[in-house]
Design a protein around this ligand. Structure first.
Ligand SMILES: [Zn+2]
Length: 478
């Protein structure tokens, strides 16, 4: 029987899990020292290794011959869990078993000692889907668990969990995986499958996986099936993903930057007729615009000024937020293109605070120059001292025109080490981090300043997030 590459390639020991070292090192140490907690909560977006780690942890908790905290995967206990025949290891899908009766059944079973293994392990995936009454039943179990019971809860949406459940678990936050980590893994897997995967094809797959190893591997699986033994290259990946070639998108962006609405709409028509999906096209356009913006921010020659790119990206993101379906998508995309062209054609208001680096400055020195600050110094000297007032307006005054927009819904705290700026959006945080924002802050406020992305302002989540940040992703038991 054909087995999906993702299942076949699932890591069997902690050391094989990619990109989550902050978690796997800690879990392996706890396992080695025999100091496992009775309840864990794994938080993270899809495909980041939560279930994989839960299963390794379940085996480590029951293994008869641990090796350095890792399960041996050979003893009868490990084998029975691997073959999914162990009655003492129960996997529950929160999305299916949402009722209180299911959790009560679990609770009633807890009193009995394990049938064959050292421990009874309950892995509850998507635990946020449980009903309120199911949570209450679960809470009772978490409060006074018998010593032989191990709970591993996993969720993509921790803010939907009652704080009382969260606080009874040792919590770990799984990071979104970088495209480099995913691309590396895809290369290794392709090789073990006896296939050739071009490096830029691996990079394109990794980019499309959006931080999820599972999605990346599934895409590779599809590519391998479609390739019929031929090397997997960029055009074949593009075809599979329904992406249009980047020359087309580059031309399209060129027309938009020129403000040539009629030609930009005609180009959209042409690509649409070729089978491209409007949301995918706009997404590709956004990626290209983003790299133009990054070039502009780093002082490289860019296709358009940074302020303009920010305006256009904001417009594109607005389109992505209001995604419609069917024919509406095409009309929305056309309206979006018209808006973008008018933004591009609008006269530029030269921002007072931004001065271009002198053209004589050698290009390679630009970055280090920005760090040692001769470049930002003149505007800082010209500007008056930050106005007295609340910390947010003082920081906003330092932010410069490019960054100020991202601070609109920000929360700023003064910590012993420096300022902590929380913006409710990963994109905004990234933009601020990649700009000279913290350097500008450092010129006016003492200490080390950090920009972090918070999440929607739900109290339970926000405090969790702050804890996770303070502990580099590991929230330890309370
Ligand atoms: Zn074992």
């Amino acid at each position: 029987m054909y087995q999906a590459l993702y299942l076949k390639s699932r890591p069997l020991v902690f050391g094989d899990v990619r990109g989550q070292d902050h978690i796997t090192v800690s879990l392996r140490r706890q396992s080695e020292q025999g100091r496992l907690s009775h309840a864990y909560l794994f938080i993270g977006s899809r495909g980041t290794g939560k279930t994989t780690c839960a299963r390794i942890l379940a085996r480590a908790a029951c293994c008869e011959s641990l090796s350095g905290g890792d399960p041996c995967n050979k003893c009868p206990a490990c084998e029975s869990i691997l073959s999914e025949s162990a009655v003492d290891v129960v996997e529950i899908d929160g999305a299916t078993y949402t009722g209180v009766d299911d959790i009560r059944a679990v609770r009633d079973e807890l009193a009995y000692t394990p049938a064959a293994l050292r421990r009874k392990v309950y892995i509850i995936d998507e635990v946020h889907m449980l009903s309120v009454s199911a949570f209450n039943a679960l809470l009772k179990s978490l409060e006074e668990p018998p010593p032989h019971v191990l709970f591993i809860l996993a969720t993509t949406e921790p803010h939907k969990l009652p704080a009382t459940v969260v606080s009874r678990c040792q919590r770990f936050r799984f990071a979104r995986l970088s495209p480099e980590i995913i691309a590396d893994r895809l290369q290794v897997l392709a090789k073990t499958e006896g296939a050739v995967l071009a490096p830029d094809a691996a990079a394109l797959l990794a980019e499309s996986a959006d931080g999820s190893m599972r999605d990346g591997i599934s895409l590779l699986d599809q590519c391998l099936a479609a390739s019929g033994g031929l090397p997997v290259d960029t055009p074949s990946v593009r075809k599979l993903l329904g992406l249009t070639g980047s020359p087309d998108i580059r031309d399209w962006l060129g027309l938009i930057i020129e403000g040539n609405t009629a030609a930009a709409l005609a180009k959209l028509d042409e690509m649409y007729a070729g089978g491209a999906e409007p949301p995918v096209l706009l997404e590709q356009l956004a990626l290209l615009l983003r790299s133009a913006l990054m070039d502009a921010l780093r002082g490289k020659a860019a296709a358009l000024p940074a302020e303009r790119a920010v305006d256009m990206l904001t417009q594109l993101r607005g389109f992505a937020a209001g995604k419609t379906s069917g024919i509406g998508r095409r009309i929305d995309a056309e309206l979006c293109v018209i808006k973008l062209c008018s933004l591009a054609a609008a006269p530029t208001v030269p921002p007072a605070a931004r001065t271009e680096p002198p053209p004589s400055a050698p290009a390679p020195a630009a970055e280090s120059a920005a760090r040692t600050q001769p470049a930002p110094a003149p505007p800082a000297a010209e500007r008056p001292a930050p106005p007295p007032g609340d910390i947010l307006s003082r920081v906003a005054a330092e932010a410069g025109p490019l960054c100020a927009g991202y601070l609109e819904s920000a929360r700023i705290e003064e910590t012993p080490s420096g300022l902590r700026v929380t913006v409710y959006d990963e994109f905004a945080a990234k933009m601020l981090r990649e700009s000279d924002f913290t350097a500008r802050l450092a010129a006016k406020f003492p200490g080390e300043h950090r920009v972090i992305a918070g999440e929607p302002p739900a109290p339970a989540l926000r405090s969790l997030d702050a804890l996770a940040q303070d502990n580099k992703g590991i929230v330890t038991e309370i």
